[in-house]
Design a protein around this ligand. Sequence first.
Ligand code: NAP
Length: 369
Amino acid sequence: MIADPGTARVTPAAHAGGWAGFDACSFPQYIPRPFMNAKPHVAIVGATGAVGIEMLKTLEKRNFPVGKLTLLASARSVGKKLTFRGQPVAVAELTKDSFKGVDIALFSAGGAISRDFAPIAVKAGCVVIDNSSVFRMDESVPLVVPEINASDIRLHKGIIANPNCTTAITLMALYPLHKAFHVKRIFASSYQAVSGTGAKAIQELKRQVEQIVAGEPVTKEVYPHQIAFNVLPQVDVFLPNGYTKEEAKMENEGRKIMHHPAFRASVTCVRVPVYRAHSVAVSAEFEKPVTVETAREVLKKAPGLDVVDNPDKKEYPLPLYASDKYNCQVGRLRKDSAFDNGLCFWVAGDQLLKGAALNAVQIAEELMK
Ligand code: NAP
């Protein structure tokens, strides 16, 4: 065991304000359990999915000290083998007994599975890092982007939530600017890759492109409309106010992660025929005056972010080149012509990595500190 529960004890008072707008007192005298093995037993729930595969690769690439690995998916995947550190690892069916002896469970098998199985995993003694939206706004669950609010991890009661992918990528550029200039509100439009919907959506785009090139009728299974050579101004389901659930996440999750309850975001989320990496066009209004030069200096120093901003050379972030990269990229910096203290920027990032697998592994790394 590397953590001493006596010294690792965190009380609400010790935490700088909890997450603003969320009642820190919902963590009465929380004492982290003696955690954890120097070489933890890690389980991936949803290991065969778009995110699960990236989790496996990220654990390996970042040399996470996995002692034992358990790969879990549905009964459909039993018999499949995935490779970890050059060795084949068999995929097992997720059951209520899957978590015995597991220290860390990375969940990416959808909301229903998280709702049913995350509490079972916690009861069995593991810490769950969950990619679904089920627990994100739960007051007792930290919602974490390690570059922004790593200290919230210490308040966990067994479950730590990974943010929405579009929100995480946007905040990688917005939060450093917020720290310097204090953001009031943003208007944003996203350009979201099909892999954000999962492995079947990648196949749908590929199949539709092949059908169109072959002059065949287009078939639809995942999206309500053709995605090839089209854009869909709907990501997730509509809410009564006309926004979609995905669009609402930017404001709600942004407030919790940045500890900024007054933050406002008006967002239009759009699915585009890109395989991988989301892009977001943001207009942000700040309390303090902001110039392109001061913003650039702030963004250059921000962790997990590269400034790609040479309009003269036609250099700006592109999803094609942000794919497979750990860092997000920001560019197209300019004074917003409609706000007094406003800045426009364009941020792109690999949503399978920073929006999911990488962020989850970074949280696991924080747990090991
Ligand atoms: P996906 O490609 O469709 O993969 C789903 C995974 O869940 C597969 O491994 C699948 O196993 C497993 N699964 C499905 N039903 C199951 C069951 N009954 N029991 C056990 N395992 C089951 O989806 P994904 O894109 O990886 O997304 C997974 C989760 O991550 C979702 O909650 C999603 O909202 C979240 N997320 C995704 C992204 C992204 O960019 N894709 C970003 C952030 C968060 P089988 O192969 O056996 O069916």
